[in-house]
Design a protein around this ligand. Structure first.
Ligand code: NAD
Length: 433
């Protein structure tokens, strides 16, 4: 199959590289010339484990190329995937569909012969209908079928998620399009990945329902964690105690500083808006959004509490800035609100993150960025683990103790057993235990 991927970000690039690795011929398009220039020289503009090698292999084998000009590639394509961003619209939380609609218009003007146009971006219910309308308006002669194929990969494990998905959702009622989609994903049958065909609107809603449910699950265990702290229970044991029930499942039951990242915050907000607009509000998710929002600053206050109730004039070390490990993505990371809360209370911040500092620098003012956790801890009155990168799981506490002003560890990811930290002469605060 000849595939064009419009948008070469976290989703577009990973999908494009993996489709090429399945044996398809893929052209990745992006408007950002710097990104395409980098990709042409083999440099991957994002941090995603394994991506650089897989990209190089498929370029070498002649199945993968990059361009800023979609016209020629789209004309030759069997399928064109839209994988552009759908951020929150300023002000009201709706998904901003400007990039999706812009891409649709450009694709319509470039298609030649029957072409399947696949929305991989996360888009509200009904967007496929609008994409179809826009394309018909831009080029009434275009022979296209608009399909929804939402993406469920996780940053940090994107390649294995893409190649071994729990399911692939395809929303379409066009037989020709369904055949093309079957052919595109055929290599995955070997991995026994179930293809799930449904209507376009259902497919669009599945993606939001999935993300909203996961965000709700995280928020649930976070509130249970707060209760654990009040009643003297241990949230990790509660999580194990409920998670082994396979009606509940063990995943997404890790108490922490609240969910962040490029998907859950914007997708929960967008679902809330869609539901309200259709007169069918989803109050569970409205509450999830509100609880999560207040939690991030509450985690800042937890750090202040661990420092005796005031951080004015004190130095706080923040270990981990990205919203989760193994990514450099800083979009909506809880660290941003936590650091702001501490700065509002008069603290100076020293921070270290293995991959996220380049993206973090433009988002954070007056933060001293350091080259290791130990440098960040220099002179600190509290060391706070905000993201559970592997290298923070085995800190050299003897060394850390020689750097800090006060041996206080706040572990917002419950990385350490409290006993181990206390044994090294640190005071310890975790979440929900
Ligand atoms: P991103 O911001 O990393 O990438 C989007 C890219 O699209 C950018 O490089 C931008 O320059 C490019 N672009 C925008 N308009 C364009 C146009 N008209 N032509 C060509 N390129 C254009 O975004 P992302 O994180 O990859 O997310 C893309 C979509 O996938 C979003 O809807 C998101 O919700 C969804 N999604 C993301 C993830 C994730 O983990 N990041 C997971 C599942 C789904």
């Amino acid at each position: 199959m000849r595939i064009v991927m419009i948008g070469s970000g976290y989703v577009g690039l990973v999908s494009g590289v993996c489709f090429a690795d399945f044996g398809h011929t893929v052209v990745c398009v992006d408007k950002d010339a710097a990104k395409i220039d980098a990709l042409k020289t083999g440099r991957v503009p994002i941090f995603e484990p394994g991506l650089e090698d897989l990209l190089a292999k498929n370029v070498r084998d002649g199945r993968l190329s990059f361009t800023t000009e979609m016209k020629e590639a789209v004309a030759a394509a069997d399928a064109v995937f839209i994988a552009v961003g759908t951020p929150s619209r300023r002000g009201d939380g709706h998904a901003d569909l400007t990039y999706v609609y812009g891409a649709a218009r450009e694709i319509a003007e470039a298609v030649d012969g029957f072409t399947v146009v696949v929305t991989k971006s996360t888009v509200p219910v009904g967007t496929g209908d609008e994409v179809e309308r826009i394309m018909a308006e831009a080029n009434p002669a275009a022979d296209v079928a608009v399909v929804s194929n939402p993406e469920f990969l996780r940053e940090g494990a994107a390649i294995s998620d893409f190649k071994r998905p729990d399911r692939i959702v395809v929303g379409s009622d066009d037989e020709r399009a369904v055949e093309v989609m079957r052919e595109i994903y055929r290599p995955l049958y070997l991995n026994a990945a179930p293809l799930f065909f449904t209507t376009r609107r259902t497919a669009e809603l599945i993606k939001y329902a999935a993300n909203a449910f996961l965000a709700m699950k995280i928020t649930f265990i976070n509130e249970i964690a707060d209760l654990c702290e009040q009643v003297g229970a241990d949230v990790q044991q509660v999580a194990r105690g409920i998670g082994t029930d396979n009606r509940i499942g063990a995943k997404f039951l890790h108490a922490g500083p609240g969910y962040g990242g490029s998907c859950f915050p914007k997708d929960t907000n967008a679902l809330v808006k869609t539901a309200q607009d259709h007169g069918s509000p989803i109050r569970l998710i409205e509450t999830t959004v509100a609880v999560n929002e207040t939690r991030k600053r509450a985690m800042g206050r937890k750090i202040i509490q661990a420092s005796g109730g005031s951080v004015r004039g004190k130095t706080i070390a923040i270990l981990g800035l990205t919203f989760k490990p193994n990514t450099d993505d800083m979009r909506d990371a809880p660290s941003l609100s936590i650091i702001q809360t501490l700065q509002d209370a008069g603290a100076s911040i020293r921070a270290y993150d293995p991959e996220g500092m380049d993206q973090a620098k433009p988002l954070l003012a007056d933060v001293a960025f350091c080259s290791s956790p130990y440098e960040a801890a220099r002179g600190a009155e509290v060391v706070a683990i905000v993201t559970e990168w592997d290298q923070f799981r085995a800190l050299d506490f003897a060394r850390l103790k020689t750097e800090v002003a006060e041996p206080v560890l706040v572990d917002l990811r419950n990385v350490y057993p409290p006993d181990e930290v206390l044994r090294h002469g640190f005071r310890y605060t975790g979440v929900g235990r």
